[in-house]
Design a protein around this ligand. Structure first.
Ligand code: SF4
Ligand code: SF4
Length: 387
């Protein structure tokens, strides 16, 4: 294979950052990255991947955390013959100091390709390109510095939280505290794949849902409030004075017509209709805030397409207070896992199992009473039969 890579080079052009530029920088230090660029050129030429399907590799005592990668033509690309991906569990909310980042990068430069992906779609730090021999030494050194592998395969994937109260005034509960606790509690489930397929827990502090839990997570906690949103009329006046069109941009776009402008004041005239969509709060953050009786809604069964199409979550518990030691939440999750583990077929996510066995069977198994909040459009949802 010659060294010219015209198709890959195309991706360096344009005003945006280019991963090809970064690859070429890394290739000066690591021969594996030189080969990687050539493998990509080959895959563009042939219009198909040049990687074989995974394979089982790992480190001692762990079943998850490493994804096996082998190139199809190792004799042509010997430096990426084995080019495994390591998933390193990220800190809750992705907070690092520069010392921690340097530590990870130094370890990775020493043992692997030096290439990283901050962060993978599950949330982990992704270290791309490790030989089989270097897996254990990399893991050992990461562990010495307080880092652990994340989930992969049929296990609990690394639980993920939005930045929450660390930086965001809208957090309705401590997403960081919850996810830190859950990660510590379920180490076994994270590292030793025990389930029919992968499963995810994600926590967003408010309905803006910055970790996209509603679309990706088998078990989500999304912050909400039980009382009414708070409106500061002085701040509303400031928006109006600056010619911000409250009627057109906020009131007219409330999905349930819950707020109105009454004689220059913004009022929640139909609080019972507010669906906590965050629209008005996002547009007028200085004037409108979530309520004070805060907690979370628990939803279940989101996933991207594998067996069936993509599924968004279904509400399971409309409101729960989220406070340490989170016993009620953990017990609920454990019951759900038990039912899924007992009944799920291989590669069947929770959403698909609920679809196959029916929501009534699921609710009965986990001892949760059906309630109206579970139904988006009563009588149109095939999960439910209302008497
Ligand atoms: Fe803030 Fe809400 Fe996003 Fe969390 S989900 S970071 S609380 S806006
Ligand atoms: Fe309307 Fe959404 Fe604001 Fe509630 S949060 S009042 S539903 S715009």
């Amino acid at each position: 294979m010659e060294d010219k890579t015209p198709m890959v080079d195309e991706l360096e052009k344009g005003p945006w950052p280019s991963y090809v530029k970064e690859l070429k920088r890394a290739a000066k230090k690591h021969d594996s990255v030189k080969d990687l660029i050539k493998v990509q050129e080959r895959s563009f030429q042939r219009k198909m991947t040049q990687w074989k399907h995974g394979g089982i590799v790992g480190v001692k005592g762990y079943g998850g955390g490493v994804i096996g990668r082998y190139v199809q033509n190792p004799e042509e690309f010997p430096n990426v013959a084995a080019f495994h991906t390591m998933r390193v569990n990220h800190p809750s909310g992705w907070f690092y100091d520069t010392k921690a980042l340097r530590t990870i990068c130094d370890i990775w430069d020493k043992h692997g390709s030096g290439m990283t992906n901050f962060h993978g779609s599950t949330g982990d730090i992704i270290l791309l390109g490790c030989t089989t021999e270097e897996l254990q030494p990399t893991f050992d050194e990461l562990s010495e510095h307080g880092f652990d592998l994340g989930g992969s395969g049929s296990d609990l994937r690394s639980p993920t939280a939005c930045v929450g109260p660390g930086r965001c005034e809208w957090a309705c509960f401590d997403t960081l505290g919850l996810i830190y606790d859950i990660t510590k509690t379920y180490q076994m489930e994270l590292h030793r794949p025990p389930y029919p397929y992968k499963t995810k827990i994600k926590a967003s502090g408010c309905p803006n849902d910055c970790v996209a839990a509603i679309a990706r997570s088998d078990f989500s906690l999304i912050g909400t409030w039980r009382d009414n949103l708070r409106i500061d009329q002085n701040a509303v006046k400031e928006y109006a004075d600056k010619k911000f069109d409250i009627q057109r941009l906020v009131v007219a776009k409330c999905p349930t017509e819950a707020i109105e402008l009454v004689k220059g004041k913004l009022e929640l005239t139909h609080p019972e209709d507010c669906v906590r969509c965050m629209h008005c709060i996002n547009l007028m953050p200085k004037a409108i805030r979530p309520g004070v009786d805060t907690g979370a809604t628990i939803l279940v069964g989101a996933k991207a397409p594998i067996i069936h199409g993509a599924v968004l979550s279904t509400v399971l518990i409309p409101f729960i207070k989220v406070q340490p030691p989170y016993t009620e939440i953990k017990q609920l999750w454990e019951k759900i896992m038990e039912w899924w583990d007992e009944n799920g077929k291989t590669r069947e996510r929770l959403a698909e199992l609920i679809d196959r066995m029916g929501m009534p069977a699921f609710l009965k198994a986990i001892d949760v009473e059906p309630c109206p909040q579970m139904v988006n459009t009563p009588r149109a949802n095939p999960y439910f039969f209302w008497g």
